[in-house]
Design a binder for this molecule. Structure first.
Ligand code: LLP
Length: 417
């Protein structure tokens, strides 16, 4: 262990684990502030609005930092909208994406007065027109185009191929604009594109932007006003030190600048993972070691219900034991207590020899960790803390068993429909 492995944003993780227990998510405020600053710096004078993708990490404390930075939010549900509003993100900076917005959610977002809907199907477009007419408001909308570009990432987090459920083909979008005069209560004046997540190359991003830009120019030539282009999120981070090489933020913004040169409207960005992933660790304690028939298992107190990415996508997360002395390494399958064979954080991972009671950091878990957690096996949701230069604050207390069971009751109060 390097001396500073147990220190995270100035906080000793051994002491923290004793105070708040494990498993526990810890997020570094300093790291998130740095990301916010460098994104703002890279955008410079560009007329741009960053709409943080709430799904990456929806904790109110994190959303508040985004609000203070002047960022908006990209939401995919009414629940995410409520979180963003409660954290102080104004409705005028909220954009609503997703293929399955229900009429009730559309109505709630209209009532709140959000900035823009990213519309993903003709049926949704008609629903939006109808609901906006019913409220007698004119709503801004962008068409989410599916540019049929391979994001070169895991198939399960790829969204911009024609076989995916997201967005509509450019041919269909062209027709929407041709017919847009009929939309009395929808101002269709934006384009949106998001092709996938955890992208470690600029090539697919460039290709998607080139198609989007060609379409924007075509629409302008045809007399349509395009006031915003939303370039989505998708920027990758380092999950495996020495192996993953993320794109520099200045290079990413450089591609946006080049491909959208001459665009006079507002550019929206929807980063999620890049802002928060590397700022988070999942702290977990070794319960016991088990020598199986073929493999040696390191059984920890976090599980797939706390962090689903390895079981869902075979995702790699670096794991760092916080053992205090030098120890020889061994290969372990790092597993949780959940009753699923896929409850595995790492296979045959070379780690310093561990003992029951040791603490481990599962790295790069600030994004899509807690936001995808479940209570499978009646495991309460983990605590979340933020760290800031030697201090910590609990921003979600560990769920209690009473919380977990709160809404359940025996089948006693029968009613007829
Ligand atoms: N905008 C839209 C419309 C999206 O669908 C997403 C992510 C984002 C922005 C933010 O993308 P990011 O900057 O975070 O890559 N659970 C998966 C990731 C799913 C991403 C879904 N959409 C994972 O753990 O890898």
């Amino acid at each position: 262990m390097r001396i500073d492995d147990a220190l995270f944003d100035g906080v000793d993780l051994h002491a923290l684990a004793l105070r708040v227990g494990t498993p526990c998510y810890a997020y570094s405020a300093t790291a998130i502030r740095q990301r916010i600053r460098s994104l703002i710096g890279a955008l410079g004078e560009l007329d741009a609005l960053v709409c943080y993708a709430v799904k990456a990490n929806a904790n109110l404390a994190i959303l508040q930092w985004m609000a203070h930075a002047g960022f908006g939010a990209d939401i995919v549900s009414a629940g995410e909208m409520q979180r963003a509003l409660r954290a102080g993100i104004p409705a005028s900076r909220i954009v609503f994406s997703g293929v399955g917005k229900s009429e009730d959610e559309i109505a709630q977002a209209l009532a709140a007065g959000i900035a823009r809907f990213n519309v993903e199907s003709v049926d949704e477009l008609h629903a939006l027109q109808r609901l906006a007419a019913a409220r007698d408001v004119i709503v801004n909308a962008a068409v989410r185009i599916n540019p049929d570009v391979d994001a070169n990432t895991h198939a399960k987090i790829s969204t911009g191929k024609s076989e995916n459920k997201f967005g509509v083909a450019i041919d269909e979008a062209r027709q929407w604009f041709a017919d847009s005069a009929r939309l009395t209560h929808v101002r269709l004046d934006g384009l949106h594109v998001h092709i996938g997540s955890q992208m470690l190359s600029l090539n697919p991003i460039r290709a998607a932007l080139q198609r989007t830009a060609a379409f924007w120019r075509e629409l302008v030539a045809a007399g349509h006003a395009i006031r915003s282009i939303d370039v989505g999120g998708g920027l990758g981070v380092c999950y495996r030190a020495g192996h993953d090489h993320p794109v520099a933020i200045a290079d990413y913004v450089g591609v946006i600048r080049r491909e959208l040169a001459g665009f006079e409207g507002r550019i929206l960005l929807e980063p999620g993972r890049w802002l928060v992933a590397e700022a988070g660790v999942l702290l977990t304690r070794v319960i016991r070691i088990k020598q199986g028939q073929e493999r040696r298992f390191l059984i920890v107190d976090a599980a797939m219900n706390d962090l689903a990415r390895p079981s869902l996508y075979d995702a790699w997360h670096d794991i760092v034991p916080l053992t205090r002395e030098q120890r020889p390494t061994q290969a372990y399958d790092v597993v949780g207590p959940v009753c699923e064979s896929s409850d595995i954080f790492a296979r045959a991972r070379e780690l310093p020899t561990c003992e029951a009671g040791d603490l481990l950091k599962i790295m790069t878990t600030g994004a899509y960790g807690t936001s995808m957690a479940s209570t499978f096996n009646s495991r309460p949701l983990a605590a979340e803390v933020v760290l800031d230069c030697g201090r910590y604050a609990v921003v979600r207390r560990r769920q209690s068993l009473d919380d977990l069971l709160m809404d359940e009751r025996p089948a006693r109060d029968w009613e007829n429909v």
